[in-house]
Ligand binder design. Structure first.
Ligand SMILES: [Zn+2]
Length: 224
């Protein structure tokens, strides 16, 4: 198994998408996005690299042949030659690995997707389709917006109260902790959950929608 979280560096896109933008839907030159995806696929050394049309939902799709671009926010597979990718610019890119059944998954978890439990649903889909046990599942949460920068309106903290702190009369949400708790609740072991400490918004290495609005997307990528 190999996985990586890309940064904004090493691609061919021009400002404001400089330079490794992996998303077609953000207004970048499609030729540059195509080249950037090819560069990533080459680094991963796989014959197919699958992206999703992400819609902030909770649908999980099983990838069978690697030619599809499903509309969903999570994918799983046991295919050896396929890498799965999840694009983000502040949302949490979550990667899943079951070493026992040799299965992988990815999920796109923003605030809405997290509340819909897209991460747990991805893990549960691996259980259903591949026999994955939650006690054996490994979770990697990549660079994303952390509580230092993730200010939300009061209406957005409903259901997240335990993971919100108040500073200068503003609410800040810890979405990584929310997802961690949700994984623990379905039986994932704490030592199997890794959370990147890098904040996409105050770090300069990543695209951040919060910070820049018109910008690219980086990705979490995993392959067997
Ligand atoms: Zn920050």
């Amino acid at each position: 198994m190999q996985y990586r979280f890309t940064t904004r560096f090493g691609g061919v896109s021009q400002a404001p998408y400089e330079s490794l933008n992996l998303a077609y839907h953000v207004g970048d030159n499609p030729k540059c996005v195509k080249k950037n995806r090819e560069l990533l696929q080459e680094v991963m050394g796989v014959s197919k690299l699958v992206f999703m049309d992400q819609v902030h939902g909770d649908k999980v799709v099983v990838i069978e042949n690697g030619d599809e671009t499903p509309t969903c926010d999570a994918m799983i597979t046991q295919r050896l030659d396929i890498a799965l990718a999840v694009m983000v610019a502040d949302c949490i890119p979550i990667l899943f690995y079951d070493a026992v059944h040799q299965a992988i998954g990815v999920a796109h978890a923003g605030r809405v997707g997290s509340q819909l439990r897209v991460g747990q649903k991805c893990g549960q889909a691996m259980a259903e389709h591949f026999g994955t046990k939650m006690s054996e599942l490994r979770i990697f949460m990549g660079p994303s917006i952390h509580a230092c920068c993730y200010e939300v309106g009061q209406e957005a903290i409903l259901g997240f109260e335990q993971f919100t702190h108040l500073k200068n009369e503003k609410y800040f949400l810890n979405l990584q902790a929310y997802n961690r708790e949700a994984f623990l609740a379905i039986g994932v072991k704490p030592e199997h959950i890794e959370i990147s400490k890098e904040c996409s918004s105050c770090g300069e290495n990543y695209f951040s929608y919060r910070r820049d609005k018109i910008t690219g997307r980086f990705a979490g990528v995993i392959a067997l």
